[in-house]
Design a protein around this ligand. Structure first.
Ligand code: ADP
Ligand code: MG
Length: 279
């Protein structure tokens, strides 16, 4: 356990703090409130999930963490410093397969942000890129062009490109949602293996309850539009192997109830057996 000079256990200090954050879009006709006073903390090496129905503001929250949009209320800090502009410490992987420029080869795609941010020289960037391509099983495709790859392979390249930047936190917005079910499952499994290997900190958005339970160690449940925190759950008990188990089924059902019934209908259900707010 690492202590700083004041004797504080630094591993229990949040890496990312989202504090009372409200987010809005302004269109010519009206203002749309996407999230309302959302708070959560992400700790180093967490696999933190934002789970909620479509339109509840998950992507908007992720964009605010990346500082593509600015909160109308509340603050977002990384390592205790307020986030005000996009930076290489927060890298996003999106759902779309077209996030790789098609005129660059796989390795050129992975090297590009390393060179553009002037983090590394060409030789080192190449080495770093190959290292992470190897980690996602694509070292053999370094010179291929994106259009020759399957959807799953393109997402692996996008993940390698993000990890190669060695961000403080990796932001993923439904990265597997456009894949077929079998490939999605394989990608979830690979992501967990990669996390075991690299131990990055992950903030992962999904609307899939099972995906949240499998990928996450902590899950924030957001209510429908505008997104508000409904509960925070501990999910580290679940993995691929527990997917068919009755405990897994019960947890899925419980989350489903929390997401789709109003708090007044739930009564005591807010005190969740999965244990809210990990100690
Ligand atoms: P989610 O990712 O959870 O599906 P979003 O964050 O994409 O939800 O959207 C949250 C809300 O904000 C939705 O009501 C959506 O219609 C609205 N919204 C998203 N993007 C824009 C935009 N560019 N302009 C106006 N409203 C938007
Ligand atoms: Mg979204």
């Amino acid at each position: 356990m690492a202590n700083d000079p004041q004797g504080v256990d630094v591993s229990r200090r949040p890496l990312l703090s989202v504090d009372n954050v409200s987010l809005e879009y302004k269109t010519p006709e009206r203002r749309v409130r996407a999230t309302h006073e959302v708070s959560f903390d992400v700790f180093p090496a967490d696999r933190f999930i934002l789970l909620g129905p479509s339109g509840c503001g998950k992507s908007t929250l992720l964009k605010a963490v990346a500082a593509f949009i600015e909160p109308v209320g509340g603050t977002i800090s990384l390592d205790g410093r307020q986030v005000t502009a996009p930076g290489p410490d927060r890298i996003v992987v999106f759902q779309e397969f077209d996030q790789l420029p098609p005129w660059k080869t796989v390795i050129q795609n992975v090297m590009f942000p390393l060179l553009a941010s002037k983090s590394l020289g060409r030789g080192e960037a190449r080495e770093r890129a190959l290292h992470y391509l190897d980690k996602v099983g694509l070292a053999g495709f370094a010179n291929a062009y994106p259009h020759t790859l399957s959807g799953g392979m393109k997402q692996r390249v996008a993940i390698a490109r993000a990890l190669a930047m060695q961000p403080r936190i990796l932001l993923m917005d439904e990265p597997f949602a456009a894949l077929d079910a079998l490939t999605r499952r394989k990608m979830q499994e690979e992501l967990l293996a990669l996390w075991d290997d690299v131990r990055f900190t992950l903030l992962f958005v999904t609307h899939g309850i099972e995906e949240a339970l499998v990928v996450g160690n902590r899950i924030l449940l957001l209510s429908p539009h505008p997104g508000q925190v409904r509960a925070e759950l501990n999910a580290h008990a679940f993995s691929f192997n527990s997917q068919g188990s009755s405990a897994f089924q019960r947890a899925s059902q419980r989350i489903h109830d929390l997401l789709f019934t109003t708090p007044s209908q739930q009564g005591e259900a807010r005190i969740d057996p999965l244990r809210q707010r990990a100690a």
